[in-house]
Design a protein around this ligand. Structure first.
Ligand SMILES: Cc1cc2nc3c(=O)[nH]c(=O)nc-3n(C[C@H](O)[C@H](O)[C@H](O)COP(=O)(O)O)c2cc1C
Length: 454
C-alpha cells in the first residue's frame, strides 16, 4: 500500500477513565497520575499537554462490565485496578473542552449501554458544547458481565451484536442527519419564532431492536453525526467498519500489514464497493512509545516497565477479552492451538502476526498487550513511525506506560522532529474535528448516513 506523499500522520492519545488501562501494574509508580483518575484536573492538564503537541484527539476507551473470568471471578481485576473501577469517559469531555480549543475527544460507548435516542442526544449536546470536537468509538462489547448488566443474560452472540449495532447506527443517523433540516432553527426574536415545525421531522423508526418516533431533541450540531471511530477486525467487524467507520483503530504487526488481504486493504476494498473513497477511512495503529534522550536511556526505561508489568493484571485482561479463563488455559501451549472466542479479530491477528507459531502465548502477551513498544531516542521513533506510514497507516493511537509522562516525552522529543519533517501538523486547521481531519465538517454523501438526510 503506497502512502499519499506528504500526507500528515495523525496522532491520538489513548487512555481510559480508570486506574489501570493497558500497561498493568505500572499505576504504583510515583511518576504516573493514574491514581488521580477520579479528579478533573489531571484530565484537563492532559488535554492541554496534548493540544500543545497538536494531537488530533484524546481517545478514551471504556467497558461496561468487569473482567470476571480469570480464575473464575473478578478478584484479580479488582486487586489490580484493571479497568475496574471505571468511570464514565463522557463526563470528562465538557471540562476538557472548556480548557482547550482544538483537540478532539473520542470516547467509547457500547451499543448496549444506552438507548440510541438517549445516546444521540448526549452526543449532539457534546458536539454543541465542544464546537464540533466530539468523536464516538463504536463498540459492541465483549465482556460477559456487560451483557448481564444490561439484562441480556450474558453476551449476545458475536454477529448478533454487530446486527444490533447496524440498527443502532441507523437510528442515530436518522436522528442526527434526518430529523432537523439545516434551516429549521430561525431564532427570530422579532417574530418570536424559535424553529420552524415544518422542517423538523419525526423519524418513525420501527425495527427489530428499537422503535423510535423522534424528532431528535437536539438541534443540528456542528458535525451532526460525530466523527466515527471503530475497532474490531473480525470478518463481520471489517464489513461493519467499511460501512460506518471513518477512523479505525488497529493493533497489527508490520508483517500482517504487508500481507495479502490485510485489514487496511480489505476494509478499503469493501468500502469502495459501498461507494466510499479509500481515503474516507483512516487507520490508527496502536503503539506504546518509550522515548529517552538516548537509545540506551529509553531501553533502560522499557526494561523497568517490563519488570514492573503485572502478568496477573494482563492475564485478567486477556481472559475477559478472549472469553477464556487463562488460568485454566495452558499459557505455555503453542499459539497455533489457541481458540479465541470473543475478541476474535484482535486475538487472531495477534496470534497470526507472530513469526513463530510455536511460541507460547506467555511469550507473546507481555509485549503485545499494549500494542507494541516503540523504544528509542526521538529520531529513532520518528523514523519508525514514518516506516509504519509507508505501510499504509494514517495515524497512531499512543498507549501510555505512565501518564502524562509518556505523552509529554513524545511531545517534547518526537513531535518537533516529525514537525520538521512535515509529517505532523504544527498548528491546527480551523473547524470541527471532522473538518480538521477530512476537510469537511459533515459526513460526505458517500457515507451511508447521508441516505437519511431530508
Ligand atoms: C485496539 C482495540 C481497542 C478496543 N477498545 C475497546 C473499548 O474501549 N471498549 C470495548 O468495549 N471494546 C473495545 N474493543 C473491542 C472491539 O470494539 C470489538 O468489540 C472486539 O474487537 C470484537 O470485535 P471483532 O470480533 O470484530 O474483532 C477494542 C478492540 C481493539 C482491537
Amino acid at each position: 500500500m503506497s502512502p499519499t506523499p506528504n500526507k500528515r500522520i495523525l496522532l491520538n492519545a489513548f487512555s481510559m477513565n480508570c486506574v489501570s488501562h493497558h500497561q498493568h501494574g505500572l499505576w504504583v509508580r510515583e511518576d504516573t497520575r493514574q491514581l488521580e483518575y477520579t479528579q478533573i484536573d489531571p484530565w484537563i492538564e492532559l488535554a492541554q499537554i496534548l493540544e500543545k503537541g497538536c494531537f488530533d484527539a484524546l481517545f478514551l476507551a471504556d467497558v461496561v462490565g468487569v473482567y470476571d473470568n480469570y480464575k473464575g471471578g473478578p478478584e484479580t481485576s479488582i486487586i489490580e485496578g484493571m479497568q475496574v473501577p471505571a468511570n464514565d469517559p463522557s463526563m470528562l469531555v465538557s471540562a476538557m473542552a472548556h480548557a482547550t480549543e482544538n483537540i478532539g475527544f473520542a470516547y467509547t460507548s457500547s451499543v448496549y449501554q444506552a438507548h440510541p435516542f438517549t445516546f444521540a442526544r448526549q452526543m449532539s449536546t457534546l458536539d454543541h458544547l465542544t464546537k464540533g470536537r466530539i468523536a464516538w468509538n463504536i463498540v459492541t462489547s465483549y465482556l460477559r458481565n456487560a451483557g448481564f448488566n444490561y439484562g441480556l443474560g450474558g453476551l449476545p452472540e458475536h454477529n448478533k451484536r454487530y446486527d444490533l449495532a447496524d440498527e443502532y447506527l441507523e437510528v442515530t443517523y436518522k436522528l442526527w442527519e434526518g430529523s432537523w433540516e439545516d434551516d429549521a432553527v430561525l431564532a427570530d426574536r422579532k417574530r418570536g419564532i424559535y424553529a420552524d415545525p415544518a422542517k423538523i421531522h419525526k423519524i418513525n423508526h420501527v425495527g427489530k431492536h428499537f422503535d423510535v418516533a423522534g424528532p431528535h431533541l437536539s438541534e443540528p450540531s456542528p458535525q451532526r453525526t460525530p466523527l466515527l471511530f471503530q475497532a474490531g477486525s473480525s470478518t463481520r467487524g471489517r464489513s461493519f467498519a467499511a460501512k460506518h467507520a471513518e477512523c479505525i483503530f488497529i493493533l497489527e504487526s508490520k508483517e500482517m500489514l504487508q500481507g495479502p488481504g490485510n485489514v487496511i486493504e480489505d476494509i478499503r476494498n469493501q468500502a469502495r464497493l459501498l461507494g466510499r473513497n479509500p481515503d474516507d477511512i483512516l487507520f490508527f495503529q496502536g503503539i506504546t512509545p518509550v522515548v529517552g534522550s538516548t537509545e540506551s536511556e529509553a531501553k533502560a526505561k522499557e526494561a523497568e516497565y517490563i519488570e514492573q508489568f503485572s502478568e496477573e493484571g494482563a492475564l485478567a485482561h486477556f481472559s475477559g477479552s478472549m472469553g477464556i479463563d487463562m488460568e485454566a488455559g495452558d499459557l505455555d501451549q503453542p499459539l497455533d492451538s489457541m481458540d479465541p472466542k470473543y475478541m476474535r479479530g484482535f486475538v487472531q491477528s495477534m496470534i497470526k502476526s507472530s513469526s513463530d507459531q510455536k511460541k507460547t502465548f506467555r511469550d507473546l502477551f507481555r509485549t503485545r498487550l499494549a500494542g507494541q513498544f516503540l523504544t528509542g531516542a526521538p529520531e529513532q521513533i520518528a523514523d519508525a513511525l514514518q516506516k509504519w506510514q509507508q505501510l499504509g497507516v494514517d495515524g497512531f493511537n499512543l498507549v501510555y506506560s505512565v501518564t502524562p509522562g509518556s505523552f509529554s516525552d513524545f511531545i517534547d522529543g518526537v513531535v518537533p522532529i516529525l514537525q520538521q519533517k512535515g509529517l505532523v501538523q504544527s498548528e491546527y486547521s480551523p473547524g470541527p474535528l471532522r473538518e480538521k481531519i477530512f476537510g469537511t465538517p459533515r459526513l460526505t454523501n458517500r457515507h451511508v448516513a447521508s441516505e437519511y438526510r431530508k
